[in-house]
Design a protein around this ligand. Structure first.
Ligand code: TEU
Length: 545
């Protein structure tokens, strides 16, 4: 049983970030209240009853700050304001109050690695060498030699090309890990650092319950600006310079801990707040385990779990690595989808078994030892539509077509079968998936066998079960081929989860004891003995009597 310290002043028996379920909202795509085709805060407020009915505990909102939207909000031009397309600060205050009234926490996305190039800080910084914010971003002189200015080192941008952009006014390069319109902040500058801390303070004072910290392990770069060593890769992504380097010097730097500690102190001064970091490009949990703990981040999530192919052994391996690396005083966190990857329903194969497969995936995500992060729409097994090239609007998706597609994760939420799926009365900012005629919230609400109602039942079961929330995790099949089974145990309760990933029967061994089925995708009454035969795509959860 892990011994986790809680925040001060809170109920240590139930903390939303550890015991709850977090639901990610991409606000542009949830619900549009004013017909401009873009989702907004009043639209979101109108859906709070639905969100509360899922039984989730916290809502993480992708960025809603003022932004020119080159990266759809991950390029902030004013940390203390709300983008007008989403609403006003008053709307945000209403959202907090209405969410809290329903027992829902609000987690804000803070993008502190970079700003928009339209942020007043960057405008000032780039205006001269001597302005007060000259050092707030990462500026470097060109490397010697050559006719044209040469970038200071070989660091690459994730979104293609060099991470260095030439600026005529300063006669220097600035660093950008992402788009050139997203200059990286210089966390080594004390004033910039204080301003960023104030951003967190500002929103805590307005009542937010926590933050999802964008690319949390990228804030610092090597102080000596050393080149990354080259690496060889057969990965098709190695066409990009980013994937032909070992990233020793541009993220996961030792200086990060002091920032996490300072942020954590800000949060711990208030009851039950949570810090969730997005780990960027680091799959080794031993690295990010160091960012967790009583005085640093509460949770981190990495893309590794979500990226697995639909094979039980792949998921089991990822979980085993995290169980081993995180140890007793750090808590895991898993997701299957978010706004950056095609939805898992589609990645896992789609087709006629998509709904059945997605119930198995949900049963896994919601019964593992670790906080589940859901992405809006997965509770109805909403697929990622096939968008035509001309329909793409996300810059990296356009640039790397057909290999990379984030737009297909961001199409509007499918509420009903009407023309725009009940999302907007106007022209939606991204096309509505054609699947909405069949796959939508309205159609699934009254169907007892729907994916939506299975998610609800799973969340309720997790809430009611101490073993599923906090118990130890023990896989029962060493090298699973078709089915994954595991125990979740506390002193007072033992639960067994059995998941058949494929479309044929599978028989698995059962541990001794009498098992009562608590929830199943299949109505048939099970009376497992020494073995249990799972039907195609069956997910069943048992409790030891
Ligand atoms: O994502 C960072 C990140 O890891 C992704 O860009 C990743 O490289 C890509 O999805 C490949 O899987 C965060 C946000 O989630 C993303 O939307 C932003 O574009 C990015 O940071 C920059 O803020």
């Amino acid at each position: 049983m892990p011994t986790l310290n809680s925040n001060s002043n809170s109920n240590p028996n139930s903390l939303w970030w550890r015991d709850g379920v977090i639901y990610q909202i991409y606000p542009r795509s949830l619900a549009d209240s004013n017909g401009d085709g873009v989702g907004d805060l009043p639209g979101l407020i109108g859906k709070l009853d639905y969100l509360a009915s899922l039984g989730v505990d916290a809502l993480w909102l992708s960025p809603i700050n003022k932004s020119p939207m080159r990266d759809f909000g991950y390029d902030v031009s004013d940390y203390e304001d709300i983008a007008p397309v989403f609403g006003s600060r008053a709307d945000f205050d209403t959202l907090i109050a209405e969410a809290h009234r329903r027992g829902l926490k609000i987690v804000m996305d803070l993008v502190l690695n970079h700003t928009s190039d339209e942020h007043s800080w960057f405008r000032e910084s780039r205006s001269s060498h001597s302005n007060p914010k000259a050092d707030w971003y990462i500026w470097r002189d060109p490397a010697p030699g050559g006719n044209a200015p040469k970038p200071p080192n070989n660091w690459a941008s994730v979104f293609g090309g060099s991470a260095w952009e030439w600026d005529e006014t300063r006669g220097q390069f600035y660093h950008h890990m992402f788009l050139k319109e997203q200059p990286d902040l210089n966390w080594r500058n004390a004033e910039a650092r204080a301003a960023l801390m104030n951003t967190a303070k500002f929103w805590l004072e307005r009542g937010v319950d926590g933050f999802r910290l964008d690319v949390v392990n990228a804030y610092f770069k090597d102080a000596l600006f050393r080149d990354n060593p080259a690496s060889f890769s057969l990965d098709p992504r190695a066409a990009l310079p980013w994937f032909r380097q070992r990233h020793l010097h541009d993220y996961d730097q030792p200086d990060l801990h002091s920032v996490y500690r300072e942020l954590r102190q800000l949060l711990d001064a208030r009851p039950e707040r949570g810090l969730i970091g997005e780990i960027f490009m680091t799959e080794d949990p031993r690295v990010f385990a160091r960012y967790l703990g009583d005085d640093q981040l509460h949770l981190v999530y990495d893309p590794a779990f979500a990226a697995q192919p639909w094979l039980p052994r792949s998921f089991q391996r990822i979980v085993a690595e995290r169980e081993a690396a995180l140890g007793a005083d750090a808590w895991p966190c898993y997701c299957l989808s978010n706004h950056d990857w095609p939805r898992h329903v589609t990645r896992h194969g789609g087709g006629p078994f998509a709904a059945a497969r997605s119930k198995v995936a949900a049963a896994m995500l919601l019964t593992l030892r670790g906080t589940p992060l859901l992405y809006m729409g997965e509770e109805i097994a909403m697929p990622s539509p096939n968008l035509a090239r001309h329909e793409l609007i996300d810059p990296p998706s356009k640039r790397f077509w057909p290999f990379y597609n984030r737009d297909c994760a961001r199409t509007p939420m499918q509420w009903d079968e009407s023309l725009n799926a009940g999302f907007t009365t106007g022209k939606p900012w991204l096309p509505v998936g054609a699947s909405h005629k069949k796959i939508n919230v309205a159609a699934q609400t009254d169907d007892p066998n729907s994916v939506l109602n299975f998610y609800r039942a799973l969340i309720q079961l997790r809430k009611a079960s101490p073993a599923l929330r906090r118990g130890s995790y023990r896989p029962l099949i060493e090298r699973p081929v078709a089915a994954m089974t595991y125990l979740r145990e506390t002193d007072s309760q033992t639960m067994l989860v059995a998941l058949n990933f494929f479309g044929h029967d599978v028989t698995v061994p059962m541990p001794p004891g009498q098992w009562a089925c608590r929830l199943s995708t299949h109505a048939a009454e099970h009376a497992p003995g020494e073995t249990l035969t799972l039907a195609p795509f069956e997910a069943s959860i048992f409790e030891r009597r």
